[in-house]
Design a protein. Sequence first.
Length: 228
Amino acid sequence: MNSARPPQALTLSQLPLFPLQTVLFPGGWLPLRIFEVRYLDMIGRCHKTGAPFGVVCLSEGSEVRKIDPNAPATGDAFAKEVFHPVGTLAQIEHLDRPQPGLMMIRCRGLQRFHLSQRRQLPHGLWMADVQLDEAESVVPVPDHLANTRSALQRVLQSLHERNPDALGQIPIQPPYQWDDCGWIANRWAELLPAPVELKQRLMTLDNPLVRLELVSDLLDKLGLDGGP
């Protein structure tokens, strides 16, 4: 009898990337203002076909493509863009075109991916082959982290009270998953005033319980532990 082979990770080829100075978490929401030529066509195509694009966090460079004044005359004149090898798929949920050459979109974070190959097209758009991570398992919130959940529920209630008519603009959106360590950790990581490098490390951490424990430690240090 042949032994069963482990399932292979789903691979996506030719995924367009959007390098940003922020981290998109699975289950999170991200508003973007699109005006660069390299992204206008890409976002339009993704919206028309319902295809996702990839959000990756920059470790070097700017979100807007800039000329490098120190670049050699024989090479690429643009500043270097370097980004982390783990990102998140983004699905466009809403798109507006307030004027020619400008798009306003809201995206929802799907699953994480790991870059396998990347290449930059002549007009600056990054394309990549990626391996998708499997959907994260739901890990119930243990008793010793219940205060972390309660504190997030109070934050959400406060946001609703201050913006009762702006539900779609609140950063924490339904479906709410109050007994899921990963979901709660991700929402806190989005809200906390932490360095982007730390948020990237939290996003890439595979264990949702450990991620929530680390977030709880950060809340303690900030005096936001959710205690009575």
